[in-house]
Ligand binder design. Structure first.
Ligand SMILES: Nc1ncnc2c1ncn2[C@@H]1O[C@H](COP(=O)(O)OP(=O)(O)O)[C@@H](O)[C@H]1O
Ligand SMILES: [Mg+2]
Length: 256
């Protein structure tokens, strides 16, 4: 359904990496990764020691029951959360070591997010939602950003919807807007937390095709959480989380 993405939306190459050629091909490297949440009366060990390597350009699906720690893992990989133990490098950068502003900049340039609930801002137009990542610091000027936003919207088959509000759109349309927003700054890593979780089967397949298209054309590294085996089937590799641990021993092996 999408027209071919022009070269201008090719995701940027990963930012400089700190430790040589091996790291240059590694998008994500987690070692002994833990995440513990402490509320007043209890401690939840959401991740209990994850080893995971994801190569640049690889697509990895994360499956597992509700509460297994999938969103927790994705939030760490997406540099939304630094409160982990163990190691986590994204494009060679240890996430925990980034100070606040550097973290925000890193996230904005390197990582696109797509969530189950779309997370569009209802008071902004579709176009302004897509432009949001551009307002947190980029080298691109306004004219270029607007041109990109319009082009992305066109590629999502929503060319005439720039001035609409998200509320006027269907779930599948909103998710395409959210994907366009995630791609605005051409991040080399896209993380998607149950991107088709709120959509019917037909619409879910549409979204799947869009993600597949992005990935095959531009080699974007993709980590996506899903319950849907047909979504997981597009990935190079499926890993399964169970109560904070990865079940699949292949998770730490390099894919062929
Ligand atoms: N901010 C938080 N505070 C306290 N507990 C949390 C928080 N986020 C997640 N958890 C707990 O961590 C565990 C894993 O949650 P989550 O990663 O959301 O699971 P999944 O996405 O696989 O359904 C759950 O027990 C959840 O209640
Ligand atoms: Mg979740």
């Amino acid at each position: 359904m999408t027209s071919p993405l022009p070269p201008a939306v090719r995701p940027a190459r990963a930012a400089s990496v700190s430790d040589g050629a091996t790291a240059a091909r590694s998008a994500i490297r987690a070692k002994g990764l833990t995440r513990r949440f402490q509320s007043e009366d209890r401690v939840v060990e959401a991740l209990r020691g994850i080893d995971l390597d994801v190569r640049v350009g690889e697509a990895v699906a994360v499956m597992g029951r509700s509460g297994a720690g999938k969103s927790t893992l994705l939030n760490l990989i997406g540099a939304l959360d630094r409160g982990y133990g163990g190691e986590l490098q994204v494009f060679g950068q240890e996430v925990r070591l980034l100070p606040d502003r550097a973290l925000a900049r890193f996230r904005n340039r390197q990582i696109g997010f797509v969530f189950q609930a779309f997370n569009l801002l209802p008071n902004l137009s579709v176009g302004d939602n897509i432009l949001l990542p551009g307002s947190f610091g980029t080298d691109l000027d306004d004219v270029e950003l607007r041109a990109r936003a319009r082009r992305l919207l066109g590629e999502m088959d929503l060319a005439d919807r720039f001035d609409q509000r998200p509320m006027q759109m269907s779930g599948g349309e909103r998710q395409r807007v959210a994907i366009a927003r995630a791609l605005l700054l051409e991040p080399p890593l896209l993380v998607c937390d149950e991107p088709t979780g709120s959509l019917d089967g037909h619409t879910a397949r549409q979204i799947l095709r869009v993600l597949q298209d992005i990935r095959t054309r531009f080699g974007t590294t993709l980590v996506l959480v899903t319950h849907d085996p047909s979504v997981a089937a597009m990935a190079d590799r499926v890993v399964t989380l169970d109560r904070g641990l990865l079940l699949d021993p292949a998770a730490t092996e390099a894919a062929p």
